[in-house]
Design a protein around this ligand. Sequence first.
Ligand code: ZN
Length: 195
Amino acid sequence: MAILKIVTYGNESLRQKSKEISKISKKIRILAENMIDTMYKNNGVGLAAPQVGENIRMFVIDVSLDNEPYNPIVFINPKIIKKEGATHEKEGCLSFPNAFVDVRRYSYVKVKALDINGKPFIMEAKDGSLLSRAIQHEYDHLEGILFIDHSRNIFEAIKVLEENNLPTVQKDKMLDEKDIEDLLSNEDNKADNNE
Ligand code: ZN
């Protein structure tokens, strides 16, 4: 058991695309255990390997509540096989201490991955749940994509990063996401009409 050092925004490992894991070796198992311990130690709901400087396709998530038993899930070589709907929420990241920004996400995802024993599993996460958003957030890390790239309001993102002494947004990395934004705008309009 060891607590690993989490790299912060600005470290180039966060912008690299991670490699598939070809064999779940003892080293990978130990890394997964250490990532879980590191996630708990930092009160996170997820942690991806690039955040501890390892550019391999693995992340861990635990969205259980404080009064529930620990329920860590390890995802190895994950693939998002279905995504639908739209949601938005303030999100943070252990690589961005204290910075929270409103980001766009799909509300539903279906993901396929291997567990720590190499056994394939499929998981669905619905209704913009914490699990759904965590899967999308951690999966992005394996692609070198960061939550701020999904910001609904770039000015908010710039301000929050500045306030927390983090490097500024990379405008060329910002995602367009017109499909999600259109769905969100429709919902906003509907809400206005009902008032
Ligand atoms: Zn993150």
